[in-house]
Write a protein that binds this ligand. Structure first.
Ligand SMILES: Cc1ncc(C[n+]2csc(CCOP(=O)(O)OP(=O)(O)O)c2C)c(N)n1
Ligand SMILES: [Mg+2]
Length: 892
């Protein structure tokens, strides 16, 4: 029943319907679409008042959104563009096939670009404007798996050599190769945005478009009509991040944003929605969210058939066909299409009666027709008031024929046999002989050929080549000593948390003549938690529409002030979105030539743990800036329990090579780290970014004990030496973050009660110490004849006597990973296990990281070394009130 095509309910006369349709046509003709829309809207309201229950649908029919009569003329040389596209298709395929002939299973994708070639080529020839001195340029997020096509175009443009193409996916070859996917870390002059972890780029593109507006609204760049284009796969839209922020884009009226979703109806394993219609599903999601949706489903060959279909039968049939069936139809013969698609109804069959089977087979889909794609892009760039999504129907593996066109295995296709290669060559008219083409050579027509000339001229008209990455911001010049000086002084006994200390620095940085404007505070609905509400009024919360209401707390000093030139990005509860803003702000030095300095502060447990893949992408993109993990520490954040208490993030930060991770204890340490970070990133241009944990436990901040800046930055320094360095019993205690205070208390207990003289070290960064250690080891291994280098930590401890004990609010693995460069055995205390809702003292007892356990660990080490009697240890356990049979925090 479902597939049955009937155009009207029982009993309704054809003529009645016809009259209504004709009236609408005549209104359209005489008064235009707006009046027609108004009439329909009034009819709908009238129907509702009269009890007619019209089902809600955000869908339009399964047809092109732009009718033929509104289709603009195609401005280019269609034949020449087709030839250029064919050459790119060939070279993209050649890259993958050749790479896999040389190195079996090196991988690469043919069918994604094969389906998207027209979508990209119309963009390259007519829309994507390059970044120039005068114009900021459009921003394009390329679908990661389409990169062979983007490389192949750069080859035709003369930007990439055949040698480079030869080394696709062979980056370590002499002379370098091409990275599998877009990676700015690996190809910093070419790629701007890493997109291949699917779902990241749509979200990043939305926040990029919003950040562009933020810069304009704050007067940091001129307002332009530059666009952000994001090319996505239809399968990719199943990633929650893909659609997760689409309402932000419409709410912010981001008409500078265009999504192009390549709807080939397939993903890796098979159809995206075999039993449904992904295009209609996406249309309703985007329309429901307030986007301008343009469907490009059918090519020009279909236009006359639609014209003959005065009863709307064809559109109805199309609307009822599931994607699994469509997938079958596009790879079937004309006779099959006639029988199975049109054959369902005599009237449908009549529509295609004049057409041969061959011309039925050749009916193109919209995403392969440059005229339809051009019309959609033009409408998208001209559209005002909301973002646009283009849903373009294509065939996965288009042109691969038997080698994979539309087949479920096509995503993985990397090899073609000789017949398949010849067929592809012939289909796209590549000037290679039967013998030559089986070698799959790269082919570039001569410099003076019409193809190369045309392609170059088009890019010249659009300002230059895309993609291209360059760093355009000038380095900062000031040293900011004055700015940070007061924080080296300490709090004179006043109890403050490191979070409060950081917010104080932020407040001061915001007023600095050089960097004040450049600071971008980013917070996901947690500003009050961090005591940042005082910045609401002074810096303002960015809102593209200002503040249309009188805030309920307007009479208070710290009222919630939204402003068009507000500086704070208050993102709401989205760490992923906030991270996307961090990335946009932290890469503006390249994208816009503006040194914006993001400070993204969030609940530390919801950072590395929740959005690690965005952080990885930020690293790849050479993002600069500071991430601040607030309310950090498994035992320092009391009360909040298992899901909130973070003892993990410093371990999770380890894999990100260019991320500097610090767990500071005192305000002056934070000041030193931030000041040096600004110097390294924004003066020296280093491609690093920072992760700093800040806590909410208040205590007196000491002043900086002498010149320990170098030690703070390198990862450790001696904070408080033992008073009696002549004592017989000696120890070295290592503390970090808020646990440093526990270490200091242990130092006192050890000295006064047990006669142990301990030095206390502040370990600001286990990661820095670890990287220094492995780098030193590596150098020594590779230079056996050279003077062996000594790890920093080994140097620090060269003359440090006694047993070694480390304690932090993070996993024990952190100190353990550097223990091999210590002169003696290390005892590590840490917070492995699930957190608990409790107060700090109870938590530190539970996790065995308080001063008593540090004392006990030290005495135990001395006992193992034969320096004290067992009886001392037994008594200490009792005196310290340690329950030796308590539950194990790691497993309970
Ligand atoms: C987060 C993530 N998960 C899985 C993959 C592996 N993967 C690469 S391509 C692909 C299928 C892509 O389908 P679609 O988005 O429809 O793109 P198409 O190639 O069809 O244009 C998958 C699952 C990935 N790259 N990223
Ligand atoms: Mg797909």
């Amino acid at each position: 029943m479902d597939n049955e095509i009937s155009t009207q309910p029982h009993g309704m006369e054809d003529v009645e319907i016809q009259e209504w349709l004709e009236s609408l046509d005549s209104v359209l003709e005489s008064s235009g679409p707006e009046v027609a829309a108004e009439i329909l809207e009034r009819l709908r309201a009238h129907a509702a008042v009269n009890g007619i229950d019209l089902p809600f649908s955000a869908n339009t029919p399964y047809a092109n959104t732009i009718p033929v009569r509104l289709q603009p003329l195609f401005p280019g040389d269609q034949e020449l563009e087709r030839r250029i596209k064919s050459l790119i298709r060939w070279n993209a395929l050649a890259m993958v096939v050749r790479a896999n002939r040389v190195e079996h299973n090196i991988g690469g994708h043919i069918s994604t670009y094969a389906s998207a070639a027209t979508l990209y080529e119309v963009g390259f020839n007519h829309f994507f404007r390059a970044r120039t001195e005068e114009f900021e340029g459009d921003t394009v997020y390329f679908q990661g798996h389409a990169s062979p096509g983007i490389y192949a175009r750069a080859f035709l443009e003369g930007r990439l050599s055949a040698q480079k193409l030869e080394n696709f996916r062979r980056e370590l070859k002499p002379g370098g190769g091409l990275s599998s996917y877009p990676h700015p870390w690996l190809m910093p002059d070419f790629w701007e945005f890493p997109t291949v972890s699917m779902g990241l780029s749509p979200l990043m593109a939305i926040y990029q478009a919003r950040f562009n507006r933020y810069l304009e609204d704050r007067g940091m760049k001129p307002a332009t009509d530059a666009k952000v284009w994001a090319f996505l796969g239809d399968g990719e839209t199943d990633e929650p991040e893909s659609l997760g922020a689409i309402t932000l884009a419409s709410r912010e009226k981001l008409d500078n944003l265009i999504f192009v979703i390549n709807c080939n109806l397939q993903r890796l394993d098979g159809p995206v929605r075999g039993n449904g219609q992904i295009i209609q599903e996406l249309e309703s999601a985007f329309r429901g969210a307030g986007w301008n949706v343009i469907k490009v489903l059918w090519g020009s060959e279909w236009d006359p058939i639609f014209e003959r279909d005065t009863e709307g039968l064809l559109i109805k049939r199309m609307g009822k066909t599931v994607d699994g069936e469509y997938q079958k139809l596009v790879v079937s013969s004309g006779a099959y299409v006639r029988e199975h698609f049109f054959g369902q109804d005599e009237r449908l069959l009549r529509l295609v009666e004049p057409m041969s089977d061959e011309s039925l087979r050749r009916l193109r889909l919209g995403g392969h027709d440059p005229r339809k794609v051009y019309a959609a892009y033009k409408a998208a760039v001209e559209h005002k008031g909301s973002p646009t999504v283009i849903l373009a129907r294509t065939i996965k593996g288009y042109g691969l024929g038997e080698a994979g066109e539309g087949k479920n295995v096509t995503h993985q296709q990397k090899k073609l046999n000789e017949d398949e290669l010849r067929e592809f060559r012939s289909r796209f008219g590549i000037p290679l002989s039967d013998e030559d083409c089986i070698e799959v050579p790269f082919y570039r027509p001569p410099e003076d050929s019409a193809e190369v000339q045309y392609l170059r001229a088009r890019r010249e008209a659009l300002g230059g080549y895309v993609p291209k990455r360059s760093v355009r911001a000038k380095p900062l010049v000031a040293d900011h000593d004055e700015l940070f000086r007061e924080f080296l002084e300490g709090s004179e006994g006043r109890e403050v948390s490191t979070t409060m200390a950081f917010v104080g620095m932020l407040r001061k940085m915001l007023k600095d003549p050089e960097i004040g404007k450049l600071i971008v505070p980013i917070v996901p609905d947690e500003a009050r938690t961090f005591g940042m509400e005082s910045l609401f009024r002074t810096a303002g919360i960015y809102s593209s529409v200002g503040q249309k209401y009188e805030p309920v707390d307007v009479n208070t000093l710290l009222y919630y002030k939204e402003a068009k030139d507000g500086q704070i990005l208050e993102e709401g509860i989205t760490e992923a979105g906030s991270m996307a803003s961090f990335i946009a702000a932290g890469t503006a030095y390249a994208t816009h030539g503006i040194n914006t300095i993001p400070f993204f502060i969030y609940y530390s447990m919801f950072g590395f743990q929740r959005i690690a893949d965005f952080i990885w992408a930020a690293a790849d993109m050479r993002t600069r800036g500071f991430m601040l993990g607030g309310t950090a520490g498994r035992t320092t954040l009391s009360g909040e329990g298992l899901q909130h208490q973070d003892g993990n993030s410093h371990v999770l930060a380890l894999p990100v090579p260019n991320n500097k991770a610090y767990d500071p204890a005192f305000a002056y340490e934070i000041a030193v780290i931030i000041q040096d970070g600004i110097r390294r990133m924004y003066k020296e241009g280093e491609n690093i970014f920072y992760y700093i944990t800040v806590m909410n436990e208040p205590y007196a901040m000491p002043s900086m004990p002498g010149d320990v800046k170098d030690g703070i930055l390198r990862g450790m320094y001696r904070f408080r030496p033992a008073t009696n360095s002549k004592a017989k019993l000696r120890a070295q205690l290592f503390g970090s973050g808020a646990i440093l205070n526990e270490t200091l208390r242990a130092q006192e207990i050890l000295e006064t009660k047990y006669g142990v003289a301990a030095d206390v070290w502040s370990v600001t960064s286990y990661k820095e110490l670890y990287f220094d250690g492995i780098e030193t080891e590596r150098w020594n291994r590779l230079h056996p004849g050279g003077k062996p280098r000594v790890p920093y930590i080994t140097k620090c401890l060269a003359d440090a006597p006694g047993v070694l004990v480390a304690a932090s609010d993070y996993l024990k693995t952190l100190p353990n990973m550097i223990s091999k460069w210590m002169p003696r055995r290390l005892a590590s205390l840490g917070t492995d296990g699930f957190g608990r809702s409790e107060g700090r003292a109870a938590l530190r007892d539970f996790f065995e990281v308080d001063s008593r356990f540090i004392t006990l660990a030290t005495l135990h080490e001395l006992f193992v070394d034969g320096k004290i009697e067992r009886s001392v240890l037994d008594k200490a356990i009792k005196d310290l009130g340690v329950n030796a049979d308590k539950s194990n925090p790691v497993t309970s």
